[in-house]
Structures are given as structure tokens and as C-alpha cells.
Design a protein around this ligand. Structure first.
Ligand SMILES: Nc1ncnc2c1ncn2[C@@H]1O[C@H](COP(=O)(O)OP(=O)(O)O)[C@@H](O)[C@H]1O
Ligand SMILES: [Mg+2]
Length: 254
């Protein structure tokens, strides 16, 4: 589990509506060690989602390359799991059938894929009674838990999360981040997670990267050395507050 993720000299220009060029990202380079949890923060429109789509192999950069353990990624791979703010579940499939989707696409037989999906439910914080529920019966938080299960069942080496809890209320968000932290410490994928929540970033990350306004470049790279396991109560510690202040200052850099 885990892999070294490297972005080298990435640059992304979109074609603007007026026919000109919109510089969305870069140039930027960074490397994430295998199994590390990185949070990415920055102003809206600064290119964070663009960067995630490039790292996922969904969007070819205008220049530069992405490598996974020194092997270039140029298209989506099942070693890289991706999750967005919107759970995007298939409404006609039950919870376990949604979670098992990637195994089904990979041709895994029904019995073993459903077994795997069911065995993930406790870690996802989903009671067995939800196994056969449909997405319409789930709260937003539960739907995101299912979406997380759908990605984790592939045992990805890299997990890319684009504001995965952005639409959830504060309490639900806290609970699901704690569960994510637990699953990450068991499976140890390399994680890059976009968030707007400074406390969530400090709670989860080993390292916080801050992107500038468009075109997004890395303007700060802040190590989070708080000991693990971490708890919500750690946010009352002085060290936590100092990190929050440091991140807030970096985000205010013009
Ligand atoms: N497909 C696209 N075509 C043109 N411009 C785009 C496209 N996608 C995003 N943009 C623009 O690129 C910039 C960066 O967008 P995005 O990566 O979504 O930023 P963030 O996720 O940090 O809010 C924004 O100005 C956005 O409007
Ligand atoms: Mg975005």
C-alpha cells in the first residue's frame, strides 16, 4: 500500500470562453512520500480540482508529468482512487452493490465481491442494516461513507479526495474525518485531500500544501508533526492553534 506520488513541472492552461488562454495551474512540482497524508488548501478557483484531475490521470497537463513510483501516469488507473464532494452513487444499486462496483467491473465473482463490500461496512461506520439500502434512503454523510467504501475497496495506492466532506454539517464531518483517519492508518495509501477546513487539515495531515490564487502554485509547505493517533480534543492544544495561525497567514498571502 502507498506509493510515491510526484508532480513535476505541472502547468495547465484551459481554453477560455473568449478563445484566449486561462492559466489555471502551475508551474508546480512536489513529491509525496509513500503513505503520507497531504492536505491541499487554497483560494477558490486556484486550480485545486484541476490539480486533482491531473493527478488522477483524467486531465492531461499542458506541460509536466505525474509519476507513481517513478512510473508515469497518463490515464486513470485502479491504483489511484478518486472521490468528490458529490457521492455520485448509482441510485438503482444498493449500498453494497455501489461499494462493490469496481470489483464487478474488474470481473470479481459476485460472492467474493459482496463479501468484501460487507466486510468494509464496520470501518466505514455503516451498520449492517444499511447493506441493502438504496442511496435515496441515506443521509449525506452516509452517502459519502459509501462513496469512500467504493474507492477503498480497490485498495488504491493513492487516494485523491476533492473536498469530500465539503457539503456535510460540522459534526458529521468530524466523525467521518476520524473514520477516514482510522482507515488511512490501517491501509496507508498515499493521500492528497483538498479541503477548505483548516482544523480538518491539521487533524488529518502529515503535511499541508497551500496553493496560491490562479494560476495555482505552491506557496507554502507546512509539516504537521502533531503525534498520532490524533483526537478532536487535540485542536485545543497550543501547538494546534499555532499551526492554524500559520496556515491562515499563508492563505492570506497575496
Ligand atoms: N474545463 C474548464 N474550462 C475552462 N476553465 C476551467 C475549466 N475548469 C476549471 N476552469 C477554471 O480554472 C480555474 C481553476 O479551477 P478549479 O481547478 O476548479 O479551482 P478550485 O478547485 O481551486 O476552486 C478557475 O478559474 C476555473 O473557472
Ligand atoms: Mg475545486
Amino acid at each position: 500500500m502507498g506509493a510515491v506520488l510526484s508532480a513535476r513541472d505541472l502547468l495547465l492552461d484551459y481554453r477560455a470562453a473568449d478563445g484566449g488562454v486561462l492559466s489555471a495551474l502551475g508551474p508546480l512540482s512536489f513529491q509525496v512520500a509513500s503513505g503520507l497524508f497531504v492536505c491541499l488548501l487554497g483560494p477558490s478557483g486556484g486550480g485545486k480540482s484541476t490539480l486533482i484531475r491531473i493527478l488522477a490521470g483524467l486531465l492531461p497537463p499542458t506541460a509536466g508529468q505525474v509519476y507513481l513510483n517513478e512510473i508515469r501516469i497518463a490515464k486513470p488507473s485502479n491504483r489511484v482512487g478518486l472521490m468528490f464532494q458529490d457521492a455520485n452513487l448509482m441510485p438503482w444499486r444498493t449500498v453494497i452493490d455501489n461499494i462493490a462496483l469496481s470489483l464487478e467491473l474488474a470481473g470479481v465473482d459476485k460472492k467474493s465481491r459482496l463479501q468484501k463490500a460487507v466486510s468494509l461496512l464496520p470501518a466505514l461506520g455503516l451498520g449492517a442494516e444499511f447493506a441493502h439500502a438504496y442511496p435515496a434512503e441515506l443521509s449525506g454523510g452516509m452517502a459519502q461513507r459509501v462513496a469512500l467504501g467504493r474507492v477503498l475497496i480497490q485498495r488504491p495506492d493513492v487516494l485523491l479526495l476533492d473536498e469530500p466532506f465539503g457539503a456535510l454539517d460540522a459534526f458529521t464531518r468530524e466523525q467521518i474525518s476520524l473514520d477516514l483517519m482510522q482507515m488511512w492508518s490501517n491501509l496507508r495509501p498515499t493521500v492528497v485531500m483538498v479541503t477548505h477546513n483548516i482544523d480538518e487539515a491539521i487533524l488529518l495531515a502529515d503535511r499541508v500544501l497551500i496553493l496560491s490564487a490562479r494560476p495555482g502554485r505552491i506557496i507554502a509547505d507546512i509539516p504537521i508533526t502533531l503525534p498520532r493517533p490524533r483526537r478532536i480534543e487535540d485542536s485545543y492544544r497550543a501547538e494546534f492553534g499555532q499551526l492554524a495561525a500559520q496556515i491562515r497567514r499563508a492563505l492570506q498571502t497575496p
